[in-house]
Design a protein around this ligand. Structure first.
Ligand code: PLP
Length: 409
């Protein structure tokens, strides 16, 4: 028997996540400081956990409506209206999903015919391209550059639009770069989307974790609500990754289409987790703000430390990641990540895991204690100076940034 023969062609072709592959290696190493996995180090605030426990105690162990608990949908609509300025109808325009992950999958499967093109900025969250392929679409990456603060420019988007383009996926603040998008640039992008009749999926999962200026959702701009799927969830801002709850807000025709897939594939999201999410939205704001402030302190420290080590690092404006260049070491992102893991027991993710345009960078997640971050920076510092000594004469920073040099070694 040749098992691979039975696996569907489009699935066989999908590479395993570069993050997972890397963390299989990390799991075998002891005493590793992890700047790797993208999840809060904070436990879920106690009052939210208590709400889940109470839900169980009350015997709320049954299915909910396919769309999710009506009270949670109402609470979500109040939250989205208050924080993003977008009004949705809880009866027909919200669907509760198993994390934003499921919402992404539902949206793509509901929208794509085979061969439809999906545009997204890159480096990006690891699931975007495979999710498009699993929905029989064609992923079209638009490389973002540190020179543009890793934002998506309307000009770069315009170049990639073809008659087959159907969907644009946005994620600001961005995983892995921490980039955010200005209102002015979003307005230009919105104009292009209207001109070219694109549907926009906007993944707002890090929106509460913004450190500079206002956060603007493209769905709030004039003419965009009708062509946007607003995706959000509880994993990051509320430190609830294990609860696995997300949501999609969209006009009824789109919610209906997503709902068909959700009701047959999933039925409904976990009931006690949905109860806990009501508590999070209604009473969780002060915890979100105190975690946000702590991430900001860590961001300020880690970005300065990396730059001091000569690992040029763009100042991220949101999320809990920074994305330093490792070009000055002359190593590829994979060589750097494996080297620092093996020799110094610090885990960070090679930038190439987030798409080809992430090559030459590594992602460091600062959702870990400041103490651990300080120790990690000291170890990375040792690794960098040992690498540079070995490789004398040093590679000039500007030249080393060029990917062909990094690859040539
Ligand atoms: N979108 C982005 C940009 C992410 O970084 C992640 C998780 O890291 C997700 C979606 C998935 O989130 P969830 O836990 O809600 O499925």
């Amino acid at each position: 028997m040749t098992p691979n023969r039975y696996v569907a062609n489009h699935v066989r072709g999908i590479p395993k996540s570069g993050i997972r592959e890397f963390f299989d290696i990390v799991a075998q190493e002891k005493e590793v400081i992890s700047l790797g996995v993208g999840e809060p180090d904070f436990d879920t605030p106690w009052h939210i956990r208590e709400a889940a426990i109470y839900s169980l105690e009350k015997g709320r162990t049954h299915y909910t409506s396919n769309l999710g608990l009506p009270e949670l949908r109402s609470s979500i609509c109040r939250y989205v209206q208050k924080h993003f300025g977008i009004a949705y109808d809880p009866r027909t325009e919200v669907i509760i999903t198993v994390g934003v992950s499921e919402a992404i999958d539902l949206a793509l499967r509901a929208l794509l015919n085979p061969g439809d093109e999906v545009l997204y900025h890159e480096p990006c969250y690891v699931s975007y391209s495979p999710s498009v392929v699993m929905a029989f679409g064609v992923p079209v990456a638009i490389a973002t550059r540190v020179e543009d603060n890793f934002t998506l420019t309307a000009a770069a988007l315009k170049e990639k639009i073809t008659p087959k383009s159907k969907v644009l996926m946005l994620n600001f603040p961005c995983n892995p770069t921490g980039a955010t998008q200005t209102r002015a640039e979003l307005e230009k992008i919105a104009k292009l989307c209207i001109e070219h009749d694109l549907i926009v999926m906007t993944d707002e999962i890090y929106s509460e974790l913004s450190y500079e200026g206002e956060h603007v959702s493209i769905a709030s701009l004039p003419g965009m609500r009708e062509r946007c799927i607003f995706l959000h969830g509880f994993s990051k801002a509320f430190a609830m990754t294990g609860f696995r709850i997300g949501y999609a807000c969209a006009p009824p025709w789109l919610t209906d289409a997503m709902m068909k897939i959700h009701q047959y594939a999933i039925l409904c999201a976990n009931t006690m987790a949905q109860d806990a999410c009501i508590e999070a939205l209604e009473h969780g704001a002060k915890h979100v703000e105190s975690m946000r402030r702590e991430y900001e302190t860590r961001r300020n420290y880690i970005v300065r430390a990396l730059n001091d080590l000569g690992l040029e690092c763009f100042q991220p404006h949101g999320a809990f990641y920074c994305f330093p260049s490792v070009g000055s070491t002359g190593l590829s992102s994979r060589e750097f990540s494996l080297g620092v893991l093996e020799k110094k027991k610090v885990a960070c993710v090679p930038g190439g895991a987030f798409g080809a345009s992430g090559e030459g960078y590594v992602r460091c997640c600062y959702a870990t204690s400041l103490e651990q971050i300080k120790e990690a920076m000291s170890r990375i510092g040792d690794f960098v100076s040992e690498t540079r000594k070995r490789d004398l004469p040093p590679v000039p920073a500007a030249a080393a940034k060029r990917p062909q040099l990094a690859k040539a070694r």
